[in-house]
Write a protein that binds this ligand. Structure first.
Ligand code: CA
Length: 501
């Protein structure tokens, strides 16, 4: 059988609830919906550390942040941890990477393992962006989302008969949300519905969560809004009116940048049809993590609430995925690498022995897998950074519950403070409280549930070789790219996997 091509389209900060296939109340994305209609909508895909660089490193390597070294946007990826790209290229796949890379010091390391690549330095710009390739750095005229798509289509046409994997990494809809001119007429002021939890008062929530600097009311500023807040909306007494005013501007700009992604995904799907490639190509659409779209009064991500934790994931591959299918299996971004290798006909344990993930290819075929994990383990390492003030935490999410531990201390991530506060727990009953507004960690009725989840959390930390927080005794994830300690951990992990497989 001809090995399938893989097109991995990943946007940046695109929450599932801004895709109509996921029931968005705020926009329509007909081309993304095409992937869902012709393939599968995955409903329980979660990132393992909800920020840009860590998610990218986890996807490439199939490992958690404490293994690949990218615990924050300031820490360097350990390039000795192999990637699924290396493994595919080693078996004859052509490999291409276009758009936002955001790995390495200041996000400008050169991609490794690609036959062709062209990336934005760091976060990248929306209009006439600077791009880097093997020839150096230069300005590319146009709109970033169109450019990344054009580069991909040109490369697909040049690649020849070999199977290929294309990483199509859009900058949108990441801050500062600069739309293409042609979408600026969309979403008239006042037309975008506010989320149910818009005026969340954070009652029952941890102090850590109550104090994050991600509120529309007080933390979204003139840079994000491209204008100053008018005088009549300032002050505590105008808080609600100010939030409403900011929300319409924020969401208008965000959704306009999403519209360009949707157009360009349509263009890419049409191109595959025109070239006769649709049947034998796996098309994936995802985002490096979710985003708060005014939910809980916030923007940004980081926290373990579902709007941030969930990654949208739509997959089309007519050979194995039934049109219009759904998957509720719990999957994380650490599982992607093993899955792509499996789809390419490789044994993930052989091809990428350092991977901590598991192939979910059987779930794509609609098969029941008896021992499939019933939880996702999450860890956010940055602590109390001066911009967002989000606390370090870890936790576990099952289909029914979520347990979160804010362990209350900095771990030496560069740029973050070493602020310490009392550790706090949150527990959410996702069936009774799907919007996660009622913390029941200290509710006696949930004591048994909490005890079971604490055990499960410990078991998952052991499974993934992560260290629970133990004050100053805890190892700090601040290794550089050639750190002996990390190297020893990776080697030990490989040895362990080889023993047990
Ligand atoms: Ca991101």
């Amino acid at each position: 059988m001809t090995r399938p091509n893989i097109i991995f389209i990943m946007s940046d900060d695109h929450a599932a609830h801004a895709i109509s296939a996921y029931g968005s109340r705020v926009n329509h994305t007909p081309h993304l919906d095409r992937i869902a209609d012709q393939g599968m909508r995955m409903d329980a895909v979660f990132c393992t550390n909800s920020i840009c660089s860590p998610s990218r490193a986890s996807i490439l390597t199939g490992t958690y942040s404490h293994v690949n070294g990218v615990s924050s946007i300031w820490t360097e990826m350990d390039y000795r941890v192999p990637t699924f790209i290396d493994a595919l290229r080693g078996t004859g796949y052509k490999t291409g990477m276009f758009g936002k890379w955001h790995l390495g010091e200041h996000g400008v390391s050169q991609p490794r393992g690609f036959d062709a690549w062209k990336i934005f330095p760091g976060q990248g710009d929306y209009v006439d962006p600077e791009m880097i390739d093997e020839q150096g750095s230069h300005t590319v005229p146009g709109y970033a989302t169109d450019i990344v798509t054009d580069l991909t289509l040109d490369w697909i046409d040049e690649v020849g008969d070999a199977p290929f994997v294309a990483m199509v990494h859009h900058k949108a809809p990441h801050r500062p949300w600069i739309p293409d001119e042609k979408h600026k007429h969309l979403y008239a002021d006042g037309s975008i519905p506010e989320p149910e939890t818009f005026f969340d008062d954070y009652a029952t929530r941890s102090r850590a969560v109550q104090n994050v600097h991600m509120t529309l009311a007080d933390d979204m500023g003139a840079d994000d809004l491209k204008q100053e807040v008018p005088a009549h909306l300032r002050g505590e007494e105008n808080r609600e009116a100010r939030m409403r005013w900011k929300y319409q501007i924020y969401m208008r700009d965000y959704l306009q940048t999403v519209q360009s992604i949707d157009d360009n995904v349509g263009r890419l799907l049409d191109h595959l049809d025109a070239r006769g490639l649709a049947e034998n190509t796996l098309v994936v659409y995802t985002s490096d993590q979710g985003f708060f779209l005014g939910d809980h009064g916030w923007f940004d991500k980081r926290l373990m609430f579902d709007q941030s934790l969930q990654m949208p994931m739509l997959m089309r591959w007519p050979a194995e995925i039934a049109a219009g299918s759904r998957c509720e299996g719990i999957i994380t971004n650490v599982d992607f690498a093993a899955t792509f290798l499996d789809i390419a006909g490789l044994d993930p344990a052989e091809a990428l022995p350092t991977s901590q993930g598991r192939s979910f290819r059987p779930l794509l075929r609609g098969e029941e897998v008896a021992d499939w994990p019933d939880a996702a383990y999450y860890r956010y390492w940055e602590h109390d950074d001066p911009i967002h003030g989000a606390p370090a935490h870890y936790g576990i999410r099952t289909a029914d519950h979520k347990l979160i531990y804010y362990y209350g201390a900095g771990l030496g991530v560069p740029g973050a403070s070493d602020a310490v506060f009392e550790p706090e727990w949150e527990l959410y009953d996702l069936k009774a409280d799907p919007t996660e507004v009622r913390n029941v960690a200290d509710d006696p009725a949930y004591a048994g549930v909490r005890a079971d989840l604490e055990k499960k959390l410990a078991a998952y930390q052991e499974r993934y070789d992560d260290e629970p927080y133990r004050g100053d005794e805890t190892p700090r994830p601040e290794w550089g790219p050639y750190d002996a300690e990390l190297f020893a951990r990776v080697e030990a992990y490989v040895a362990k996997i080889r023993q047990t497989s």
